[in-house]
Every structure is written in C-alpha cells, then in structure tokens.
Design a protein around this ligand. Sequence first.
Ligand SMILES: C[S@@+](CC[C@H](N)C(=O)[O-])C[C@H]1O[C@@H](n2cnc3c(N)ncnc32)[C@H](O)[C@@H]1O
Ligand code: SF4
Length: 385
Amino acid sequence: MSTRQMKLYDKANSILEIRQDARDYQNVFERIRRLCDAFDKHPASAYETSIIKQACDDVVAGSAAGEAARFALREHVVEEIGRLSDEELPRYICYRYRYDVFPYKKQLDDFPPCLQIEPASICNYRCVFCYHTDRELTLPKNGYMGLMTLELFKKVIDQAEGKCEALSLASRGEPLINRDIEDMLAYAAGKFLALKINTNAWFLDERKSHAILQAGVSTLVFSADAASEPLYSQLRVNGKLDRILANIRQFQEIRAHHYPDSITITRVSGVRFGDDQNLDDMEQFWGDLVDQVAFVKYNPWENTYDRPVNDVTTPCSDLWRRMFVWWDGTINPCDVDYLSTLAVGDADNEELSEIWNGDKYNALRKAHLACRRNSITPCMRCTFV
Ligand SMILES: C[S@@+](CC[C@H](N)C(=O)[O-])C[C@H]1O[C@@H](n2cnc3c(N)ncnc32)[C@H](O)[C@@H]1O
Ligand code: SF4
C-alpha cells in the first residue's frame, strides 16, 4: 500500500481533540520563564540543566522555534504543570522534553523517558478496535494472558525511581483486574511526576478509588468512547455504560469529599472509530464528572499482523520514547506488537537501562533509521511514526 493512500499515526498528535476548563496558560508560561531566569537556584545536574535550558528556550521562543523543536505547551501539559509546585517544575520540564523531543532528535540516555507497565494483560472487555479481539492473544493456552506479581512490580519501580518521571500503568489489558493494584499504587506513590493509569472503569470500586487518589496519580484516564447506549457497548463489548457511569460518579464524589486538594486530573478518553461519535455529546454527558474529555486517533491495532505491507520509511518515534514492561517481565519496544515478536529483554533477569541501550533495541533503531522498517514484522505493516 502506498503511504499516500493511508494515514500515518503521529504519536506526537495522538490526541485528536480535548476539552477542559481553560487553564491560566500565561501563568504557566511565566513560571517557566522564571525557571529559565533562575537556573542556579535549582539543584539539577549539568545534564539536566542543559535539557531544561533548551526546553525553556523553545517555550519562550514559541512558534518561532518552528515545528522542528516539537516542544510546545499542549493543553494537557499545561494542565499537568498547573498542578505541580515550583520545586517540581525543573524535573517535569526535563522529563517532558525528553518525552517530546528526544524521539525526533533520535537522542537516548540511560533510561526511557516513559515506562509503561502492564499490571494485567487480561481484560474483561473486547473493544472492537482493540487487540483483545484477536483470539491468538487471549486464548489462555497461548501464554499471553497473566497478572504481574507485586515482587516484579517493585523490582521495576526500584530501577525507574529517579531515572524516569513518566510511569503509565496499563498496556495490553485492564490494570484494575490485578488484585495487587492497590499495593502497586502505594509502592509507586510519590516516585513519579507523571503517574498515569488507563482503565475501562469496570472494576473501579471505593477501595481502588481511594488507592488511586492516595497514590497521587497525575492523570487517570477513563476509556469510554460514547455518551449513550447502545453505542457504548457496541464499541466496548462486554461493557455497560450504566455501570461505568456509576463508578466514575462515585470516584468523583470520593475525590470531592475526601481529597479536595487532589492533584489527579481525570479524563474521559474515547477512541474515534466512527462518524457516530462526537465530542459535543461526550462533553455534555461526561463534562461535569471529569476534568477533561477527549478523543484519540484510532490506530488499527486489532489487525497489526494482517494489514497490508506499506512503504513507510519514517522511523517509529516510540523506539526513543517508551519502553513496555509486560506482566511476565517481557520488555517490548511497542504495544502495536501485542504478540511480542519484537521482544528485546526480560525485566526479571536484566537491568532495564541495559535493555534500553542494549544490542537488540539498538539493532531495531538502526534498521528504522536506515529506512528498513519494511524488513521487520510487524513494523512493515505499521503506520506509527
Ligand atoms: C489498550 S487500553 C488498556 C487499558 C484499559 N483496558 C483501557 O481500556 O483503558 C489503553 C488505551 O488504549 C486505547 N485504545 C484501545 N484501542 C485503541 C486503538 N485501536 N487506537 C487507539 N487507542 C486505543 C484505550 O481506549 C485506552 O485508553
Ligand atoms: S481497550 Fe482496554 S478495555 Fe477495551 S479490550 Fe482493550 S484493553 Fe480491554
């Protein structure tokens, strides 16, 4: 298939549309400007200082810096910064620059800008646009389904703490299925500035709501793609809108009553799959219960291995952005490859930083940089850039 005939999936712009109450952008901008003017007051290493300086210059230069700089204050980033203290700001800016810009400069250091951990690969839903529709993945005898142990989780967190600010708890399955999720959250609490969970909200009960709020999760994504039935359960197969609405409402009440100073940003995020979804309806339905309502771009995950081979030659940016730790310790460079044909390591037996800079990962990056993604499965069929 020709690149002209298909759409590339640009990770930097995966959020199609987002609505939230207007943040004081100017205030955030001024805080960053003050940070630029007072580097010597911030305890950062020379390496961090150089990154923060570059990031601040890009923000202050604004659009004049051009698309190449890639470091701009997007709406959801402004919202995250708005909830951080001035002391936390340098660390956050450093992380965000590594996350946004390193993948395009093809720059690496000793740890990925973002670590994505999968507490469970199992899911109770079978969303039409998700790889959970592939029996190859979900048949228990194939060995892909499972739950991460608390022991492995702690081992991974111990290596990531201080090296990485972005930790996402979710990849191929539903994280709240893991019975240890409350202990996992407690263990990760206070160690990351951008702690995120994506959940379908089916198992979001009172205890889990408290655990999420006590852990200071930065962004809690409720994945829901519709504002009414039957559309919700046609897309989120096995789900029921009534139940998740009640769970999200309960979460909101717990937050309002017990954690009025919570920093957690809540977002209802849908996958834009068809023409019958629209953000006005979503905002009207969900807007009073959460801080943000958004649609993300659909990525045809569910046919990763069957799609036609394409002629994309742009390297995949995720190879420089995120590393995935799956429930059994398998380290995968991406989640489009949900059957882990690209596995690059094993968190149970190897150090994460060694895997990130290891031969297998680097060979993959080298092939992408040499315009040879078409020699690799499933990169040859993927449009992620
Ligand atoms: C795979 S899910 C796992 C976490 C959890 N089960 C959930 O649904 O939030 C992670 C995120 O990917 C989104 N997602 C699922 N299929 C997608 C697709 N084909 N394209 C883009 N995003 C997708 C989900 O809506 C969710 O926010
Ligand atoms: S998108 Fe989430 S809830 Fe839906 S099937 Fe995939 S993992 Fe499960």
